[in-house]
Write a protein of this length. Structure first.
Lengths: 248, 556
């Protein structure tokens, strides 16, 4: 039938496509445009996902402000700041990585990805140190949670510098909610980091084989967007969780 | 019903095109690993039909139990599980993906003049996620079920039940991502993959409706995901964010849950409205009246839809002032919905109407959706809501919109595009009968429930006072008729796969780009990318096109 002859004539090689252009796109521009747009949309869904947690945080922080202040005093600002620095540096190396891919510098790209990888691991390492301290002090919600540091701050040498007043028991109990949100939000963030580090490992492998220095950098670029997004989430988490009592 | 527009090729010589997306490759793997949006649509169609019949069987059990006032067919606990599974399956595994994942998947690239969706692999991934979610729901069913109701109300779901909340929650989480990816794919495709000349206001209204629904999927579903994660964390490690004894607030769960689950009903209904726009226009041979208004009303429903969720919580102790605001906002949704109904009606006015099956279903939709929508206004006014909520009035309202509306639209669309998808016609007479049976059965089933609701029969109980029995008997009898109405299409549509008449490219003489190519289409849809040089629903353009073809053949 006419249709089958038409198929035979269907131009598949009439205009030159780069090998990495998918068959259903008319041009490379369209492909880059569409995948980039899709990535931004995906990040939008991620914002909505974290949005639920931020809403919960907003409400409970307003209700139980003293408990949230006391809870935030338990976090170590040194480790928190260091981690912020580590993460921002990793965003810088990632951005450099995208640039290297664009410039087709294979060696530099691998280096950037490895650095990003190491900094990501470093972030998780520091986070582990912080989590461990919470376990030791019974500040993990749902798991032998102890309000001792909040009803009797004098007993806890770590927070001596803040001169906190003891909280009444009913308010002190709500520090558990603070720690729940702390673990849920940083945990969800760490989960995104772990996924990101996993993909980074895969990318280092592929970059060494020269996969991203062919001029087709969509994957590196979109992963970069993801990595910066995870970074930005932390930029919001840090002041919200660590610096509650530090304003005005 | 004497006049029809069906224009079939000469059946003695007509053949299905030898090369098409179905025959291109063979074997199970060529389907399971496909990235062709049309094949994925068919995978979806098979899987959602499977779950529809499981959910439908549950509905049958519910109606059978309610035939008598006592709880005698099953224990009350079992009844709780049955209606929960009915809700979970029908909402998350049937209604949400019904039109978008099947017809939308199949048609959006065709309507836009594209070769595929923007992200074909993500499309396939979304089907696999759906299947994983579905299997988890089946696992839940065989391993003891869940009895929270599909709403997972805390603290019932977190503290008081020992059923499989966790596996159901995970199933919905996974199926939710399937829906996110579908929506994301549609938005990117509609933005970036339109053929030359296909401007926003030349797109078929089907595409506009899917665009609006996709916005809801992309923005709403992640919030449901986090709400479910919090419920699961509450159950597993007891973190307390919804637990009042720890200072948490169960209402927060309601806010998060309904922030998705109210827009979710628009995710379900909007694509159906898209189908109706196409069908009404085609079978009255007129451009949809007020095209722009209908297009924007879809977007308006999506936008308003995000600001009405609290009307599910009027009796849960929210403040009177917010009740006032949400009551008003909820009534606002009636405006764009009414715009649609009025515009479809005006499209019919002075049109050359014919009564093929899709049109019959579309008429069913218009009537039933109007009733469902207007009873929604009763429920939006907080005064009547306090009386009617948690009664069968809610059940009837919801089913008028979802079954009377969405399911009618789904069946309308399936019949309408069946010739395009399979290359063969469905048998017309029996399917008109099925449409009629569905309509009658539906009204018998659900209209009595409005009365039961106003009389005060609560939902979600296996037993009820004996004076409600007669109306319940009506309802159960209706459900039986409805069941026949749903079985028929399965039978004759399967039959038509082999024995249906050859449809040809454009049996309905419709104007969409999908009708200008062979049926079933080629894997890459178009031999060359079309250029859109006319508005949507331009029947004069089609006439000229047919004229041209005739001249070519007569000269040739």
């Amino acid at each position: 039938m006419s249709d089958s002859t038409a198929i035979a004539q269907t131009p598949h090689g009439t205009h030159e496509h780069p090998p990495y252009q998918r068959h259903h796109f008319e041009s490379m521009d369209q492909q880059v445009d569409a995948t980039g747009f899709a990535m931004w949309l995906f990040l939008l869904t991620e914002i909505m996902f974290f949005g639920g947690l931020f809403t919960a945080y907003l409400i409970y922080r307003n209700w139980y402000f003293p408990a949230f202040v006391a809870g935030s005093h338990q976090l170590n600002i040194f480790w928190g700041s260091l981690n912020t620095l580590v993460l921002i540096s990793s965003s810088f190396t990632m951005a450099m990585g995208v640039w290297c891919a664009e410039m087709r510098k294979q060696g530099a790209l691998v280096l950037c990805l490895v650095l990003t990888f190491i900094l990501g691991i470093g972030f998780l390492g520091i986070k582990t140190i912080e989590y461990k301290e919470k376990f030791e002090k019974h500040h993990v919600p749902g798991l032998h949670f102890s309000v001792k540091s909040f009803v009797d701050p004098a007993s806890d040498p770590d927070i001596a510098q803040y001169h906190d007043k003891p909280l009444r028991l009913d308010m002190a109990r709500h520090t558990e909610l603070y720690f729940f949100l702390y673990f849920a939000m940083t945990g969800m963030h760490a989960l995104h980091m772990i996924i990101g580090i996993g993909i980074l490992g895969f990318m280092i492998f592929r970059a060494r084989a020269g996969a991203y220095t062919t001029g087709h950098i969509t994957f590196v670029e979109n992963f970069g967007l993801y990595w910066h997004f995870v970074d930005i989430i932390w930029i919001f988490l840090f002041p919200l969780l660590y610096l509650i009592s530090r304003h005005g | 019903m004497s006049s029809t527009i069906v224009s079939l090729p000469d059946q003695s010589t007509a053949r299905i095109p030898k090369t098409n997306f179905i025959t291109k490759e063979n074997g199970l793997l060529s389907w399971l690993l496909t990235s062709d949006h049309k094949r994925i649509a068919i995978l979806y169609l098979i899987s959602i039909t499977f779950f529809f019949f499981i959910g439908g069987a549950m509905a049958g059990l519910i109606r059978l139990e309610l035939l008598t006032p006592q709880s005698d067919l099953m224990a009350t606990d079992t009844y709780n599980k049955v209606f929960t599974m009915h809700g979970v399956i029908m909402i998350f595994l049937f209604l949400v993906p019904s039109v978008p994942a099947t017809l939308g998947n199949f048609l959006i690239p065709l309507m836009l003049g594209a070769k595929d969706l923007a992200l074909p692999k993500v499309n396939l991934l979304s089907w696999y996620l759906y299947v994983v979610g579905g299997i988890m729901v089946l696992y839940t069913m065989v391993s003891g079920g869940v009895d929270t109701g599909w709403t997972f109300t805390t603290p019932l779901s977190t503290h008081y039940l020992n059923t499989n909340v966790i596996s159901t929650g995970l199933a919905i989480f996974v199926a939710g991502f399937s829906s996110i990816f579908t929506g994301l794919n549609f938005i990117v495709t509609i933005h970036k993959m339109r053929a030359p000349g296909m401007t926003w206001f030349r797109m078929p209204l089907f595409v506009w409706a899917h665009y609006a629904a996709s916005i809801l999927m992309v923005l709403g579903t992640p919030v449901l995901a986090i709400a479910i994660v919090l419920v699961l964390l509450e159950r597993t490690v007891g973190i307390g964010v919804f637990d009042p004894t720890k200072g948490g607030d169960p209402l927060l769960f309601q806010h998060l849950f309904w922030f998705y689950s109210h827009p979710a009903v628009y995710i379900m209904i909007l694509p159906g409205m898209g189908v109706i726009s196409e069908v009404i226009s085609t079978f009255s041979r007129k451009r949809v009246f007020g095209y722009t208004a209908v297009a924007f009303s879809s977007v308006a429903i999506a936008v308003f839809g995000f600001f009405v969720w609290e009307h599910h919580m009027f009796i849960m102790g929210v403040s009177n002032y917010s009740m006032l605001v949400f009551s008003l906002l909820t009534m606002l949704v009636a405006v764009p919905s009414a715009i649609k109904i009025f515009n479809w009606t005006f499209t019919l006015y002075k049109g050359s109407i014919t009564f093929e099956t899709p049109m019959l279903y579309a008429f069913g939709f218009m009537g039933l959706f109007t009733i469902g929508g207007l009873t929604g206004v009763f429920l939006a006014s907080s005064g009547t809501d306090i009386h009617l909520t948690e009664t069968y009035f809610i059940v009837a309202h919801f089913h008028f919109v979802m079954v009377g509306g969405m399911l009618m639209a789904f069946l309308s669309g399936i019949h309408f595009w069946w010739p395009k998808i399979t290359g063969r016609m469905y048998p017309e007479k029996i399917s008109q009968l099925a449409a009629l049976i569905t309509f009658i059965g539906f009204n018998f089933t659900f209209f009595p429930q409005f009365i039961l609701g106003t009389l005060g029969m609560p939902r979600r109980y296996a037993a009820y006072p004996p004076e409600f029995q007669i109306l319940n008997v009506f309802s159960t009898a209706g459900a039986t008729i409805l069941g026949v109405g749903y079985l028929l299409p399965i039978l004759y549509l399967t039959w038509s796969l082999k024995y249906g008449e050859i449809a040809g490219n454009n049996p309905w003489q419709a104007t969409g780009l999908e009708w200008q190519i062979q049926s079933p289409p080629l894997t890459e849809n178009f031999i060359e990318i079309p250029i859109m040089d006319h508005d949507a629903y331009d029947y004069e353009w089609l006439e000229r096109q047919n004229q041209k073809e005739k001249e070519v053949t007569s000269v040739g």
